[in-house]
Design a binder for this molecule. Structure first.
Ligand SMILES: Cc1cc2nc3c(=O)[nH]c(=O)nc-3n(C[C@H](O)[C@H](O)[C@H](O)COP(=O)(O)OP(=O)(O)OC[C@H]3O[C@@H](n4cnc5c(N)ncnc54)[C@H](O)[C@@H]3O)c2cc1C
Length: 311
């Protein structure tokens, strides 16, 4: 007889403050897990991969569902803001279209109503779709624990599959994005097995902006990859290749080749390592073409599309 699917028993508590959540985590150790949208946590509990005795819901903690923007400090998104709210927020749409594109690439509309930006980062999947955009935009995560608040660059947050820089008793409270670079453009391209919300086989974010200090091309690029290494990653080699080359000739191919070389993909149920590496090359090339065309035609508007490639 098939086992009846369902969640194991657990106690549920709503935290009222970051202090409250942190204390519950410290008192209960591995027996406690934090909950926001639950779209990663509950499937893992259902499948027996996690067995917390206590689930601490932090969605209602004051500030965790806030979004704020100002031209100097940039964008602050509470950890429990859902991806649909991120994608529909007017300030995000105007100033961080790369985030909108990444958010719209996650799962389905229904899942995005619950799935949060903070949960996507804390789950620390190598395939997390919000991670490449956060890496390109130089995001910082704001954490709270027994020692108070601290900020960690998102590039230092991912330590391995499912592992982050969160210390025992710490929770993510917000994600900070600096003010966008003047004249910047970005693109997130996700390759999944279908267009209906599969995890990424490869995810590529490309972000470029004018930089007078770069005498070679006058531009800088940031390039980040998902699902092709143990953690979502920036590709310094590709960024270097893009910065050194003038915006002509083989610089596009050289950059895409460097990105492909910097990846360390594996074979899994979704794709082979060889295919993944080739798709990094292809999608970085595609992203660079899009962003460089926008940079060389600054009057052009941003096209907010899903940027998702079905196989
Ligand atoms: C059908 C389906 C399709 C999906 N498709 C995609 C996809 O295409 N792309 C993609 O990237 N993801 C996908 N996901 C995964 C998931 O939806 C996202 O990662 C989502 O953003 C997680 O957010 P959440 O709020 O649901 O996190 P939760 O499940 O609530 O939490 C995720 C993890 O973070 C911990 N946590 C929660 N809150 C905090 C906090 N404040 N501080 C520290 N740790 C915390 C939890 O204990 C848990 O380990 C999919 C999931 C499903 C079920």
């Amino acid at each position: 007889m098939l086992a009846r699917p369902g969640l194991p028993c657990f106690d549920y508590v709503r935290a009222t403050s970051p202090e409250d959540a942190s204390t519950l985590l410290l008192e209960n150790g591995f027996a406690a897990r934090l909950l926001m949208g639950g779209t990663d946590l509950f499937p893992r509990m259902r499948d027996g991969l996690l067995r917390p005795h206590l689930v601490v819901d932090v969605k209602g903690v004051p500030g965790l569902r806030d979004i704020g923007y100002d031209t100097h400090d940039g964008l602050l998104i509470g950890a429990a803001v859902s991806l649909n709210v991120v994608a529909c927020h007017p300030d995000v749409q105007e100033h961080y279209p790369l985030l909108v594109e990444a958010a719209n690439s996650v799962a389905s509309y229904q899942v995005r109503n619950r799935a949060t930006l903070g949960g996507n980062l804390c789950n620390a999947s190598p395939a997390a779709d919000m991670a490449p955009a956060a890496l390109c935009l130089d995001a910082q995560v704001e954490l709270y624990g027994a020692a108070g608040y601290r900020r960690v660059p998102v590039v230092d947050f991912f330590l391995g599959p499912g592992r982050t820089a969160l210390e025992p008793g710490e929770l993510l409270v917000a994600i900070r994005f600096p003010a966008p670079r003047a004249g910047s453009h970005g693109r997130y391209i996700k390759l999944g097995r279908n267009r209906a919300g599969d995890l990424a086989i490869v995810g590529v974010a490309v972000y470029g902006y004018p930089d007078a200090a770069n005498r070679d091309s006058g531009y800088r690029f940031r390039i980040a990859l998902a699902s092709v290494a143990p953690v979502p990653m920036r590709s310094p080699a590709a960024e270097e290749a893009a910065a050194q080359s003038p915006l002509a000739g083989d610089w596009l191919q050289a950059t895409a080749d460097a990105a492909a070389e910097s990846a360390s993909p594996i074979d899994d149920v979704r794709a082979s390592a060889v295919y993944r590496r080739e798709m990094v090359r292809t999608l970085v090339l595609r992203g660079l073409r899009y962003v460089s065309a926008k940079l060389s035609r600054p009057e052009g508007g941003w096209g907010v599309g899903r940027g998702q490639e079905g196989a």
